[in-house]
Design a protein around this ligand. Structure first.
Ligand code: SF4
Length: 477
């Protein structure tokens, strides 16, 4: 194994308590690890160095990636918005089914998958690419708290919205530091069963619920989701308990998502959640009085759409990670009855420059066809030249859908990663066109809020694999 260097630049950590004999206690998560000199906390990314608490993953991230806000189980804020997803290394939990275990479990993380960012660089990427939302996501943002707080403050000053997607096993005092800078909290509540939390996540339930209430009471935009793990948490009791929590301790208006599980990490010997169980959970929550209940990681269902709660007008249609506003006016009012929808709109958060045709020469073309449950792709493009260049992509195969090319402007030497996700049932795949000064790699995405680390050409199916489309020189007919 290659030498590991990503964690060798410790920085002072917040939320430190100094104890006798150079021991420190970390107050970032409810675990409150008591750490002796030279040792790590449970998350493996906070440690005691010479009697002081340090963070080992400041600015250590997976590749910054442009996605859509639907990736984060956020349906009522800026639908369809492009977001800049930032993930890091480590976690304060260790869920048996983790969909991001290659980054959340720090011992598995290799230097090749770790990128170094400063707060200024993150904000600069968002600004240059016209991205209005930064999402702190993937493994879990709790464990790089210092970097999140500093960068989110900088982003906020630049007019960018901050989204925090987390399992939210975090202390109340850490939440107080997030509240001034985070606008949206998407909280993943794994179950409402304390025994489940102890056994499957290695954490405990009540701090998650209390933290969710804390940000809701602070007036933040909150959405909650539950991963419905086959035969573990996809039962009617979980749906009822979730609806009770949302209805009684938050509000029936809080969007609630039941999310489909796929086998991963230590749970590869089970099956995906049967869709009828998800639909059943949704019906139970709606019958119990919740107003907005959605399914996640499910296609070809109306249970991902938004209707007006007052007149029944269809307002937003969704397909996978894409959203279309079909029944809201520019001010967010229902076109059916005029009532204001409980949805925050963000002007210009969706659009990219588009062109009808590609330049005549100088581009290599690749095609990737959706197959099975692979309906999204991370495209990583690196400009190896000292001049700005343009890359392009478009959807193909559905004559009724938009056929123009989206433009990706790359600065000199810039590496940029973005998601392309299937947007209609008839769509066959995507086409990517890059100039010869660029290197490119493709990474299949299996369900949302998941960071694939393995290139499409390597490994086995359990390692984020799909057939690699080869880039071919483009010839015009
Ligand atoms: S963040 Fe949580 S798991 Fe990590 S050291 Fe602090 S208390 Fe322990």
């Amino acid at each position: 194994m290659s030498q590991r260097t990503w964690d060798n630049q410790p920085r002072p950590a917040r939320l430190e308590e100094r104890l006798d004999d150079d021991v420190v206690r970390c107050h970032l998560s409810p675990r409150n690890c008591r750490i002796r000199p030279g040792q790590h906390g449970f998350c493996m990314v906070r440690a005691n160095r010479d009697g002081r608490l340090v963070t080992l993953n400041y600015g250590r991230s997976v590749h910054a990636t442009e996605e859509t806000i639907e990736t984060e189980a956020v349906f009522h804020y800026a639908p369809g918005a492009r977001i800049l997803s930032m993930g890091n290394v480590g976690c304060m939990l260790n869920c048996d089914y983790c969909h991001n275990w290659k980054t959340s479990q720090a011992r598995h993380v290799e230097d090749k998958d770790v990128y170094h960012y400063t707060p200024e660089e993150v904000v600069d990427i968002a600004v240059r690419h016209g991205i209005k939302v930064i999402s702190w996501t993937y493994n879990d943002p709790v464990v790089w708290h210092e970097f999140v707080v500093e960068t989110a403050a900088l982003a906020k000053a630049a007019g960018i919205v901050n989204l925090y997607k987390s399992a939210f096993f975090i202390s109340g005092e850490a939440i107080e530091e997030l509240i001034p800078v985070i606008d949206i909290f998407s909280v993943s509540i794994k179950s409402l069963d304390p025994k489940y939390y102890r056994k499957i996540t290695k954490g405990w339930l009540e701090p998650v619920l209390e933290g969710t209430e804390q940000v809701f009471r602070a007036g933040k935009h909150v959405e909650v989701s539950t991963l419905m793990v086959t035969d573990l948490s996809d039962d009617e009791t979980t749906a009822r308990e979730m609806a009770t929590f949302v209805g009684e301790r938050l509000s029936p208006d809080v969007p609630t998502h039941f999310v489909r599980f796929h086998p991963d990490y230590k749970m590869t010997d089970t099956i995906r959640t049967p869709v009828d169980r998800l639909e059943r959970a949704r019906k139970i929550a709606l019958d119990m009085g919740l107003n907005h209940v959605y399914l996640g990681n499910v296609y070809d269902t109306e249970s991902t759409n938004t209707w007006c709660h007052r007149c029944g007008q269809l307002q937003i249609t969704r397909y996978g990670l894409n959203a279309d506003l079909v029944g809201l006016d520019g001010d967010g009012a229902c076109v059916g009855c005029g009532a204001r929808a409980p949805i925050v709109l963000l002007p210009d958060a969706r659009s990219r420059t588009r062109v009808p045709e590609l330049p005549a020469e100088g581009l290599d073309l690749a095609r990737f066809d959706w197959h099975g449950d692979v309906r999204a792709l991370h495209v990583q493009v690196r400009n190896t030249s000292d001049a700005p260049v343009r890359a392009y992509h478009r959807r193909y195969g559905d004559p009724a859908a938009e056929q123009s090319w989206q433009v990706i402007d790359l600065a000199p030497q810039e590496s940029f990663r973005y998601i392309a996700a299937k947007s209609t049932a008839g769509e066959v795949g995507v086409q990517v066109a890059v100039p010869s000064q660029c290197t490119s790699s493709l990474h299949q995405v299996f369900d949302r809020a998941h960071f694939p680390t393995v290139e499409a050409s390597a490994g086995t199916l359990n390692e984020d694999v799909s057939p690699l489309p080869l880039f071919q020189p483009r010839t015009r007919s």
